[in-house]
Design a protein around this ligand. Sequence first.
Ligand code: CA
Ligand code: CA
Ligand code: CA
Length: 669
Amino acid sequence: MTLFLQASMALLAIQGADISFTMDPEEVAFTLFMGEEAVYIPGGASPFEDGEPGLPGVSYSMVVPQGMKLQTVQVEILASEELSGVHNVLPVVSVPLNSSVPEVLPRSRSYNENSFPADHIHAIHTGNRTGFRIASFNFVPFIWNPATGKLSVITQARLTPVITEATDAHSLALTDTQISYAAGALENIVQNPEMLQEFAPVSRGSVDGAPWVVIADEAHETTLQPLIDHRASTHGSDFVSTQWIYDNYSGRDTQEKIRNYLIDAYQNQGLVYALIVGDFGETTRVSGLTIGGNTMNSVADLYYSDLDGDWDGDGDNKFGELSDGLDYYSDIYTGRYSTDVTARLTTMVNRTVAYETNAPAGNWQTTALLCGAGLWPPGYWGSFICDSIALRIPGSWTVHKLYEDPSGHPNNQIDILNNGVSYCSPNGHGFQSGIYWYDYAPTDMIASGNYTGLTNNDIPTVFHSIACLAGNIENIASIAERLMFWPSGGAVAVMFNSQNGWGAPPNMGASEWLELYFAISLFEHQHYEIGYAHSVSKDEFKANVSISMQNWVLQENNLLGDPALRFIVGQTGIEEEEGAAANAPAVFSPSPNPVAGSCAIGYSMPIAGNAEINVYDVSGRIAATVHSGSLDAGQGSLGFDASQLPTGCYSIVISSAAGSGSAQMLVLH
Ligand SMILES: [Ca+2]
Ligand SMILES: [Ca+2]
Ligand SMILES: [Ca+2]
């Protein structure tokens, strides 16, 4: 009865928490693409499938009481406003990052109707995140008549989430460590973090089981022993052989036996991290996820992180399908050493342990490398996502930006990596053999043709990319694997895709969103354990964005490396210190604001130095550069002409070696 009472009180708390939606019509912005209009709102993405009108929506997520789920969301439209003009809304189009944009865009029957969308609420979802119940939905605040082109925006609405008992929900008792780790992630994700404590799973305090395990063939135990010993001191560790698992756990195949062991250890022994050793084969789950005629047929290690259900809800022995009822929220943190070769495993073990115990000091710890190839020139570039990531990296860091444009690209990325880079985001066209620039030679970005030049073994890099196939471990040695096992240098962790990465030009595609959320998780939320940052980035993406090909991207982006690996910055405590913040520059909203033509942008520099002032649009792209070069200490003002910028909401960002600051600008024409 206690449980029922608690749920009832919580139900009231949630139902009292109506969401008051407001939107300034001036925040709606448009970009022409292939003769049609892409529609933007701040933080928005279109939740519709390919061929549907690409009107954007905003997502909301919340923690709900144990045993409950989000049933529906009632919408009361309080005000709307018709936008001027006739609007020709671009359909949603998902494009693999190594393919061309189709010349004729898909177009659904919705274009023949008189009102779209039929429903403003989409993507209602509830899942289990380490015992917490997380609910989310997407609200599309538009009414469009494809026949007339009239477009209205809902400017004010009341959204009422209605929760109900979930018959399939199970209650777990988890350890304090498991619960606090999950709560720490969810604080930044849900709209009601003040309810996390009340709606938490039951605590069982602590248990005897090790929070960190490595799963491997028993033949590898000796090779792994230095890492097992190291993790004994950092987290508490255990070696679990695949032979023991296969003998003691049931399942349809070796993969399911491993997962059933993980479920048992998670529910009963306080498991938090699992490092799985093995190349493509008996330890890798191949996903049968099919979306829009594409089947993944590649490795999805999320199978071992999201431990709800059996990933084959429809019972057809194909895993990870839309019909299989996945909730996509990680319950533990997993990573993989993708090898069965002792020498390669030795390299990974030694590099991981040395990274955490013996890494040299130096500027490499706060240096990032962002590479952006032409994705769909001349209109869409990998530099867009790189610029969005750069905004999330602390201003005190050194950020190398190597960007391709129609005249070519820089080609010193291997030298920069060898000089020392703790985080690298190489964004280009991917295949198993590497990630490539567009077609301006030389085309190797990080690929089989140049990775052997890496000599950064004592200062290895964490990689994350949107590229296609670069993390396909089915291949004998994809570039992700080569970066991990190349003995002279490369990576200490790699997060690449096992199948196609997906874009949605001219908007950010699903792969770019995940890439951005990883940067937010690592740099802004300072989740310095790589496996944790990787899982949390997926949780945050799932909870707060709804977009075509999202589930695909969540399955295919796998971590090669130890999930408990501590990012170098998290080891040494280099963070945004108060002293640095006091010296950080500031920028102010322009005068006048809103602005149609010329304006003045004020700034403040506590110390003299080089600074950049850029204007970013809502998707994080640089729309204009106001200043680049030295500025004296003190307050000043710069002229800026906004007449070339489309109507919309922009961020003005000042960054210098001492830090960064931002302000908002509204452009109205
Ligand atoms: Ca299935
Ligand atoms: Ca889950
Ligand atoms: Ca392989």
